[in-house]
Design a protein around this ligand. Sequence first.
Ligand code: OGA
Ligand code: NI
Length: 306
Amino acid sequence: MRNQSPPVIDIAGAERAHTHKAIDAACRDSGLFQVSGHGIDTRLIAALRRQMRALFAEPIAVKRSISRTAENPWGFYDKELTRYTRDWKETYDYGPGNDAEIVPQWPLGLPAFRPVIQAYYRACDEIAMRLLRVIARNLGMPPDALDANFRPEHTSFLRLNYYPKCPAPLAGHFGVNPHTDSGAITLLLQDEQPGLEVFRRGAWWPVDPRPDTLVVNIGDIVQVWSNDRYTAPLHRAVTHAGAARFSVPFFFNPVYSAEYAPLPSTINSREPPRYRPINWGEFRARRASGDYANQGEYAEISQYAV
Ligand code: OGA
Ligand code: NI
């Protein structure tokens, strides 16, 4: 039987032509692949896993004392909705602060948490930037054509996900309900416990856990840039009765002022642009209100189709 798990691509040679081709093929196929050779120190990954487990093992009152709010998106949360449906998970989000109300919140009892989270965030930022340049090139643009969207102050964030054991996983409790990621690129570190699934050619496929690799999926922004040459994959996380699961997505997102639209290299007289320009700050604000409450319309790129 053909192995249906997405391809593993070694990105140690991300500047090589055959690596570009493999990434292009994966983006055209499911929009999701795994990368080895990413260069993140295994000790950093081990430390991240330890800090993550330590955080979620804290008493719930301690975790709630660093809750995220409507004003400050960084912190702990255990009531998230994805497309209006409650997820079976606890999360902790970290991103850089601004000079006002947006500030990272750190668990007081875990002194090593902050440096580990910040070092891992920087490592992901660097890998995402390299992948962005490959994607720009694969879409027919100069490799650095998209860089400016992410400098100086991009809105990327790191999320720690804890999916507790679920007594009735088959009753429709998903760790994360089916969705596409709204940003540019997501890098996901899984543990050894399966759970992530991607929708491809009409069916859900498990993504094999490979603790030494990162799962990469493209988000809605890359779909728009590509003028639908690539599709942001629908994915979900299933729960288990017998085991908890942990994962760490890094969401690579542009500056709030970024406007994204099909790249000039993807449009011509036969293929007109399929989207009008979308402002990231506006899209993000519309999506965030849907995460908190069943209010308004769930923001989707299809609402910007022309
Ligand atoms: C997400 C997500 C999948 C996972 O947080 O957006 O898709 O396996 N997570 O944790
Ligand atoms: Ni996701």
